[in-house]
Design a binder for this molecule. Structure first.
Ligand SMILES: C[S@@+](CC[C@H](N)C(=O)[O-])C[C@H]1O[C@@H](n2cnc3c(N)ncnc32)[C@H](O)[C@@H]1O
Length: 211
């Protein structure tokens, strides 16, 4: 399947299909993965500058948003997630953070990012891409909101056979994701491997072209 051949649904999908977690699933997820090292590794790899405007697509409970905000002295960090339960937990966990004023959590999904064009300098999706209902459309949305030369990182755990995240979909194949990014219009597409607590972490990085 080509990266842009994902069918688009014309009717509104169910809550589950839109990636909205129920309370129990959200809380179980956070207990098991809420502080996953993929978040720290991504933020450390992003080369953040003090004035960056950071977007975390599928922010979950917000660990990477908090980590980013701590490194920004002028900018801000925005987490977007379709699950109100996740956003509530993210807001609770961030309430006493010293840089709370630099953080924002917004309801939305990768296919319809609630942000203006060219408004973000660094975006990432951590353990999130494989949840997106329409990954090709999500990549176009990230490109839309990125400023000129803005960077985008996609992080997933490396699974058996070098798989990029969970599942069997084409977007769990890193080479397919890299071709999809190029087809969307991203440039400087590259991949790096990092060590996590329990195995490899893969980060695909790219950027929006100048202009
Ligand atoms: C495995 S969690 C990862 C959360 C966080 N990035 C982390 O690593 O801790 C996946 C997240 O993707 C979100 N998600 C599901 N469908 C999505 C979509 N279409 N667009 C954006 N995020 C989505 C889920 O609500 C969930 O919070």
């Amino acid at each position: 399947m080509s990266p842009s051949s994902q069918p688009r649904s014309s009717s509104r999908p169910s809550r589950a299909d839109r990636g909205i977690m129920d309370d129990a699933t959200a809380e179980r997820y956070i207990r098991n993965y809420g502080d996953d090292p993929t978040n720290r590794v991504t933020v450390a790899s992003a080369g953040l500058k003090p004035g960056d405007v950071v977007l975390d697509v599928g922010c979950g409970s917000g660990p990477a948003v908090r980590e980013a905000a701590a490194r920004l002295s002028r900018g801000r960090a925005i987490g977007v997630d379709p699950s109100p339960n996740m956003l509530r937990i993210a807001a609770d966990l961030s309430a006493s953070h010293a840089e709370r004023a630099r953080m924002e959590f917004l309801e939305g999904d990768a296919s319809h990012l609630p942000l203006a064009g060219h408004s973000v300098t660094v975006a990432w999706a951590i353990n999130s891409l494989h949840h997106w209902a329409d990954p090709a459309r999500g990549l176009s949305e990230v490109l839309r909101v990125l400023a000129s030369r803005g960077r985008f990182l996609i992080t997933e755990d490396e699974h058996a056979g070098g798989k990029f995240g969970h599942g069997d979909a084409p977007f769990s194949d890193a080479a397919f994701v890299m071709r999809a990014l190029e087809a969307t219009g991203f440039v400087s597409v590259d991949i790096s491997r990092h060590s996590g607590d329990e195995g490899g972490i893969l980060i695909i990085s790219c950027r929006r072209a100048e202009g």
